[in-house]
Write a protein that binds this ligand. Structure first.
Ligand SMILES: Nc1ncnc2c1ncn2[C@@H]1O[C@H](COP(=O)(O)OP(=O)(O)OP(=O)(O)O)[C@@H](O)[C@H]1O
Length: 595
């Protein structure tokens, strides 16, 4: 024998409230949606039928209930039985079960959302010339249907839905709350909605809704200010005909974290679906906030998010192209504005450029980088200097920028967030790009050696100097280079820096790990850091002629300390001690008198 499923309405309402809808406030949306659909259905047969939805809050009704009146198609008694009391039954699907295009509803559960805030729902409805029907539904699952008492029938076709609030749901029925919710969800609806005397619909959207219609920028900026709460950097109209989508992208005027997406304001058939919907734009377009209305995109059953399907994917791509087009146009016709845009969003743009070729090209062409030959984009730098030579850290750049410039070596500062990674990714998108990381020790090859005679004469000094710095593992050399004002340069090749780190770790490591580090150290080349004294510097020349080996040692130690500090090199304990002793030693020599 066949039986029919029984539904525990309380259980279903509990499911809706805890797992489907984000907040009980959606009851306003569902009521408006049903009223608008009913008007749409009536106007399909009678285009001149009135189109008005009136909401009366308890403040107006005076009996504690909220009422929604519509001039829609209404229901016959048979339809009331079939549609209102059957969960999942909807008049808005065709014979094959597909949602009918002209309606907002489709699932046949919307009315149940009223039970999130009401214990009892009453519907008084009239379809055409049929008698008026009264339906009362209770949250415990009971319902009653009866014809209207004689003389109490509706004068006109349409429906009135009355909610008897639950005791704990009063806050959802205050007039200001209902006005706000009606505006939030239904401001763009194509039917006039009034809450009491307040019209909550605002007419058509502020963006062009037909192809070729002019863009009213002032209206869009006003909309952003009033509805989204910010002044956009720029606005661009959006259109994706396959999705029946029109709208606008508002470019944010303050930096945002690309990973923390705020989402987009999405309307479906003029009803707000979500204020923060995901998935409408590609990730890289984090700097744009969209407001759109679409007829073909599908909602999830909660009506609070977009259903991820191939149409949404195609829409995302098309919208991405339109935002990209905006960037390209800006680059072509208004580079100054593009520079302003990048000033605001460079960190986000760079983060995406690590993965997105298009963004990388944008950074390459338009982001001004610090270099030792002035501020240039990477593309400009390559055009002027060919090879893209870069320092991989801020310290390295600071240490070497001036010296490299004096040797005619142009260097880009790759020390800021993402810059080195971006430079190193450039050859992957453009094979013709040649890059080279500046190796500090490469610089020495560009310095001039001294005349052999001079070199010979410097031997005693060099011996004393080397003795002074031996215990620090530093080699002293003398070369002639520019700028003349620089007395000494401390140069650490990358392998020497690695050795230094290895030694420091070895000191802290236990036996087993220490053994591993020793093995590594053994395989590393024995490159030592160098203190390169500049023979063109007048002070250095004087130092090299000192005959007192102790004073020569002190002077070299002081030059070593100064080179470390100037180059932003780490100062180890031994270095600090040496700085201290050389300073005091020189001071002792400088101040006359005996103990
Ligand atoms: N104001 C109204 N006027 C006329 N018919 C209505 C009205 N409200 C509800 N109905 C009828 O009741 C049915 C069920 O409504 P319900 O809101 O539960 O679902 P729906 O609107 O069809 O779909 P969804 O769950 O997506 O909102 C509707 O399909 C419609 O036929």
């Amino acid at each position: 024998m066949d039986h029919t499923f029984q539904v525990d309405l309380r259980g279903v309402v509990d499911l809706l409230s805890h797992h489907l809808y984000g907040s009980p406030r959606v009851y306003v949306r569902e009521l408006l949606q049903n009223a608008v659909d009913a008007i749409t259905a009536r106007r399909a047969a009678d285009p001149d039928a009135p189109a008005l939805v009136r909401v009366e809050t308890p403040e107006l009704t005076g009996d504690g209930t909220l009422r929604v009146h519509d001039t829609g198609i209404g229901l016959t008694e048979a339809q009331v039985h079939e549609l209102l009391a059957t969960i999942g039954r909807s008049s808005k699907r065709d014979e094959l079960g597909f949602s009918r295009h002209e309606f907002l509803g489709q699932f046949g559960i919307g009315l149940l959302s009223c039970f999130l805030v009401a214990d009892e729902i009453r519907v008084v409805t009239r379809h055409g010339d049929h008698p008026t029907v009264h339906w009362t539904g209770h949250s415990d699952g009971r319902y009653a249907v009866e014809p209207a008492p004689p003389g109490a029938g509706r004068a006109e076709p349409g429906t009135t839905v009355t909610l008897v609030p639950r005791r704990d749901a009063d806050k959802w029925f205050g007039t200001p709350t209902v006005v706000d919710l009606a505006r939030l969800f239904g401001a763009l609806l194509p039917v006039t909605v009034r809450v009491g005397d307040v019209v909550t619909t605002s007419g058509p959207p502020p963006w062009p809704t037909t192809p070729g219609a002019p863009v009213d920028r002032a209206a869009l900026v006003r909309y952003a200010r009033e509805t989204l709460g910010f002044d956009p950097f720029d606005v661009l109209p959006l259109s994706v005909p396959e999705a029946g989508l029109t709208g606008a992208a508002f470019i944010l005027s303050t930096p945002v974290n690309p990973a923390a997406r705020a989402g987009h304001r999405v309307h479906l058939k003029r009803m707000l679906l979500a204020e923060h919907a995901d998935g409408l734009l590609p990730d890289w377009a984090f700097f744009a906030h969209c407001v759109v209305d679409a007829t073909e995109l599908r909602p999830t059953a909660s009506r609070e998010a977009l259903y991820e399907d191939s149409l949404l994917a195609a829409t995302r791509e098309a919208l991405g192209d339109q935002v990209r087009g905006w960037l390209v146009r800006l680059a072509k016709h208004d580079p100054r504005r593009l520079a302003e845009f990048l000033q605001v969003h460079h960190l986000g743009v760079k983060a995406l450029a690590l993965h997105d070729d298009e963004m990388l090209r944008l950074v390459d062409q338009w982001w001004p980088m610090e270099t030792n030959v002035g501020t240039l984009t990477l593309a400009e730098f390559r055009q002027r200097h060919g090879l893209l030579r870069y320092a991989a850290s801020l310290d390295e750049f600071r240490q070497l920028a001036a010296v490299a410039a004096a040797q005619d070596l142009a260097v880009v500062n790759g020390g800021y967030t993402y810059d080195t990674e971006l430079i190193e990714r450039l050859p992957a998108v453009d094979r013709s790009v040649l890059i080279e990381r500046l190796e500090p020790s490469d610089l020495t090859t560009r310095f001039d050696s001294l005349d052999p005679q001079v070199e010979l004469a410097l031997r005693p000094f060099l011996t004393a100097a080397q003795r002074a710095l031996e215990r620090l593992g530093c080699e002293v050399v003398v070369r002639a280079y520019d700028p003349v004002s620089l007395p000494a340069l401390y140069l650490v090749s990358r392998s020497a820096a690695f050795n230094d780190q290895l030694a420091a770790s070895r000191d802290r490591a236990d036996e087993l790990w220490g053994g591993v580090l020793d093995a590594l150290a053994a395989s590393a080349p024995p490159d030592r850091p160098q203190l390169v004294l500049n023979h063109r510097n007048p002070l250095v020349r004087r130092v090299t002629t000192l005959t007192d080996p102790e004073l020569a040692g002190l002077a070299v130690e002081a030059l070593y300390g100064q080179a470390l500090l100037l180059g932003h090199h780490p100062i180890r304990a031994a270095d600090a001690a040496l700085l201290n002793s050389s300073f005091l030693g020189l001071l002792g020599r400088a101040v006359p008198g005996q103990e």
